[in-house]
Design a protein around this ligand. Structure first.
Ligand code: OAD
Length: 221
């Protein structure tokens, strides 16, 4: 059995890429000519709610066509057999971790399948399209807004002895700074198909797709 007692896994768009969900900064990084930073903001929603709803409606619909991949499943299976603390903090707004069976999971950037009342902040399930007539907005953390459950995340980071980052470009804070918030003796491992802007902050950088490398690594623990 593994020597680790407190494991935190940070995931980003790269883990869902092989399920068929496009990453944010891959290829030209644009959606119909718009940068993600120009669509995912409160200002964009105030100015052009139709465009912003359309962006998230498309993504919500796409969830019905995709399924979790081996990397999502390997994390869920590992958690089932692990008797320490295991937390996945995902920046992804898809539901592939929960569909794979992950239990202890924080969606720090929100969830496509939830909507939030514009005035009361009530959060409801949302499986269909939202329109400009709706009193609800996507339950998504936009640029300039505070990610969810930061206290819980920081506590887990302070206590963790293995920190794993999978498929994230390290360009969006605070998630990109998590690797610097763990104790100095914590083992830090990054999985990505490429170098990232924060690769140098990890002890190990495993190059390869999440599908081919994550399961193998978890089995080796
Ligand atoms: P990015 O699109 O910025 O980065 C995806 C990362 O995954 C890149 O570093 C790729 O090299 C890597 N990658 C691609 N395919 C992979 C694969 N098969 N296996 C492993 N790695 C792979 O996405 P994020 O880092 O998740 O925020 O982006 C962070 C946040 O920026 C998102 O949560 C979103 C976005 O704006 C909000 O919407 C608030």
């Amino acid at each position: 059995m593994t020597i680790y007692k407190n494991i935190v896994v940070l995931t980003g768009a790269g883990i869902s890429a092989e399920s068929g969900i496009k990453t944010f900064r891959g290829d030209d990084g644009l959606w119909e000519g718009h940068r993600i930073e120009d669509v995912a903001t409160p200002q964009a929603f105030a100015l052009n709610p139709k465009l912003v709803h359309e962006f998230y409606n498309l993504r919500r619909r796409q969830l019905k066509e995709v399924t979790p991949n081996v990397a999502h499943e390997a994390l869920a299976n590992f958690e089932k057999d692990f008797d320490g603390n295991f937390l996945i903090v995902t920046q992804n707004v898809d539901d592939l971790h929960e569909r794979a069976g992950s239990q202890n999971l924080i969606h720090m950037h929100g969830e496509l399948l939830k909507a939030r009342h514009i005035e009361t902040y009530e959060v409801i399930k949302c499986e269909e399209d939202l329109s400009v007539e709706s009193k609800y907005r996507p339950h998504i953390v936009w640029f300039g807004e505070m990610p969810f459950q930061m206290n819980e995340i920081e506590k887990a980071l302070r206590e963790c002895d293995l920190f794993i980052s999978i498929g994230t470009s390290g360009q969006v804070y605070p998630a990109a700074g998590f690797v610097q918030m763990v104790p100095s003796n914590c083992r830090k491992v990054e999985f990505n198909i490429d170098q990232t802007s924060i690769s140098n902050l990890f002890d190990e950088h495993i190059i390869g797709s999440a599908v081919t490398s994550v399961e193998k690594f978890l089995k080796s623990l």
